[in-house]
Design a protein around this ligand. Structure first.
Ligand code: MF3
Ligand code: CO
Ligand code: CO
Length: 267
């Protein structure tokens, strides 16, 4: 499938879906504390989506070669890179967890994730979460018509690697609209001036997965979904859905509980 460009109605639909996805994260935030299980987080998300009148895009999602994804969101704890499946293990003080929510509203998709620190966490874990947030924004801040996807990947990679972290290669951001995963792929590494040129009306995610150790990942191997770091080092991820406007970008997955952009971003 090719890149889809959203007209005014499409943009309106994407804004609503994006805000609702972010509001699911707001709803979950006060609950993410030591002792809660990721299955309970999943149940709360389903409850929130029901109230919103949204549908989870992940529940039953089945790309070619995968088993149907069994939950309303993804919860990726510590060395889990992405696609962690909620389970009955309680979160404990010191854990870091990515919660990734994708909702469908009136056929439009909104996709966003945040890191949560469970109780007090190590300085290293805190730094990884903060730097990964900044890495995402280093990508977002360049978005405007005329730049290339390679410029986004380069900015993220340069920032992450210059701070001693590594960028996961196997998973990337993606076009999004009336489908969960559309073209183009949005790599979180790359070379300036390469790949697709951005044009107004494009909507895609930027969702870098950044490892404290080496970049290599592997499948956990027992559920068909869970991806972990090969060296068991911590991994973090943040995700926004963005729109390319005539003059720059608009982040679509914002809500009252979204953390503010870092100071280096002049929006
Ligand atoms: N939300 C993820 C993304 O950002 C995809 C999750 S697919 C699932 O693209 F099936 F694992 F939920
Ligand atoms: Co995504
Ligand atoms: Co996501």
């Amino acid at each position: 499938m090719s890149i889809t460009y959203k007209d005014a109605d499409g943009v309106q639909g994407m804004k609503i879906a994006g805000r609702l996805a972010s509001e699911v994260l707001d709803y979950l935030t006060p609950h993410i504390k030591p002792g809660i299980t990721t299955r309970e987080i999943d149940r709360l998300a389903a409850e929130c989506m029901k109230k919103q009148g949204t549908i989870s895009a992940t529940l039953g999602y089945q790309p070619a070669g995968y088993p149907p994804y069994p939950a309303s969101l993804c919860t990726s704890v510590n060395h889990v890179v992405c696609h962690g499946i909620p389970n009955d293990k309680p979160l404990k003080k010191g854990d870091i967890v990515n919660v990734d929510v994708t909702v469908i509203k009136d056929g439009w998709y909104g996709d966003t994730s945040r890191m949560f620190m469970v109780g007090e966490v190590s300085i290293a874990a805190k730094r990884l979460c903060a730097m990964t947030y900044d890495a995402m924004w280093h990508g977002i801040m360049h978005v405007k018509p005329g730049i290339h996807l390679g410029d986004i990947g380069f900015a993220i990679q340069k920032f992450a690697e210059s701070n001693g972290f590594s960028v996961v290669r196997e998973f990337c951001g993606h076009g999004i609209g009336r489908n969960f995963h559309e073209e183009p792929q949005v790599l979180h590494y790359g070379k300036p001036g390469t790949l697709e040129e951005l044009k107004p009306g494009m909507t895609f995610t930027i969702e870098p997965m950044i490892n404290a150790g080496r970049k290599d990942v592997k499948e956990l191997g027992n559920d068909g979904w869970t991806i972990v770091t090969k060296d068991h080092s911590l991994s973090a991820q943040w995700e926004h859905t963005v729109l390319v406007t005539e003059s720059g970008y608009e982040v679509l997955t914002l809500s009252a509980g979204s953390p503010p952009p870092p100071p280096f971003v002049n929006a």
